[in-house]
Ligand binder design. Sequence first.
Ligand code: ZN
Length: 528
Amino acid sequence: MNKLVELFDTTLRDGTQGEGISLTVRDKIQICHKLDEFGIDIIEGGWPGSNPRDAEFFEAVKNEKFNHTKLCAFGSTARYPNKIEEDPNLQALLKAETPYVSIFGKTWKFHSEKSLGLTEDENAELIYNSISFLKSKGVIVIFDAEHFFDGFKDDEKFAMKMLKAAEKACAETIVLCDTNGGSLPSDIIYAIQKVKKEIKTPLGIHAHNDGDLAVANSLIAIENGAVHVQGTINGVGERCGNANLVSIIPNLLLKMNYKTKKEINLNTLTLLSHSISEMMNLNPNSRAPFVGKSAFAHKGGIHVSAVLKDSKMYEHINPKLVGNLQRVLVSDLSGQSNIKYKAKEFGVDIDETTEFSKKLVSKIKQLEFQGYQFDGAEASFELILMNEKNEFSPYFKTIDSKVYTFFDYEEHKQAEAVLKIEVNGEIEHTAAEGDGPVNALDNALRKALLRFYPELNETKLVDYKVRVLDEKEATAAKVRVLIESSDGKETWTTVGVSTNIIEASWQALCDGLNYKLYKLSKEKKLTA
Ligand SMILES: [Zn+2]
């Protein structure tokens, strides 16, 4: 039988302590619904006694309905052992009206003495009284043993006494916290095995990532008897973050034979991770295990040819299990297999032994040597492929181009482009202004082409990126320009490389418009 683990998410509480993370009440409620749908058992929504926004969240969330998840409000034990009933922090917790409440208490003698100025007995009494009071009001209490592992190292007897006070007060779960995040897996095993001998209350683990071990420490605690795990989505949190539930959950389910209270649709994991990153206005981490864009991306030629035969050879799990995708990158490390794989995505079967395939591979390799990169510019790759197959040739030819830039900041328009292009044997001569040289060229090219291809009217440049390729060469270095274009429905990216930034931009601009025209001609052929 698979053993059960309770999932406790603190993205909205500990997670928001992370640098650069701020969520509105509306964001927090949306995240609760995503976590509920995913199958998280308990969501810690915030610390109502510490900031008004969290109190506002608990007011607002009272009107929301969840299918599975239960809410939890977080706070500390009371300030003084003999004034429990009127303690403002405990009152704020009750006012949140959540079924669960988590309170943290000191289990490190050093903290108890230094920061609270309490004796051992007073601190134990504070924990016991705070939990008993909350329980008498009908809430389920989770006790967070703050700094437990550091406290246990420093004074085992003191730390154990605090856990026993929580157990005597009938806390539902006692969560052992690696608050400073510096413990090693061996510290976790040593402490938890000793605790298990004396404490019968279900144990939980709350790990921080300061030693890059939060996921490992959480998993090892579970293997040693913890039945409740706390963490955040994408590992966000104070300093280096909290234990990352996005890594913990697939490890538990796919590799360790654990199960969760509600069955989890693991193939929605990547979507959950990315959508919460977007809500936090963070770029999803491309190297994130399981869910990152690069988690199943293959570049080396030998790897790629092996993966194409059987993906198990270089992948620890099937990416589909977590809703991710296998990707093959076209790069100078790669052999023919990558190009074959990519070409297949565009409906072109390449037989590695043919002359055509050899020519294509050597062309791509040569371009990559010059600084082109097609990982992020698949539209340019498709044009090269189709050009080699004689299914595409550029829709226009540049006869002449000039760009003037003005450093007159009083004037709104700062650049002007003059173009002479040839379309179907006809010459078109245009000029246009722009906010800068690339914008002026883009405007002039579009203006010149509209007479021939009115469909280009809806195509727009939406993103422009420049990367210097050889920094040592300073201003004479090559640059790579990536341009993202959109027609309102689809977006595509093209690339240009040159020592001249305008020339590189021009190549990417021309590819961008050629790509749109190529796609239109394909559609027409299909409907004709
Ligand atoms: Zn924490």
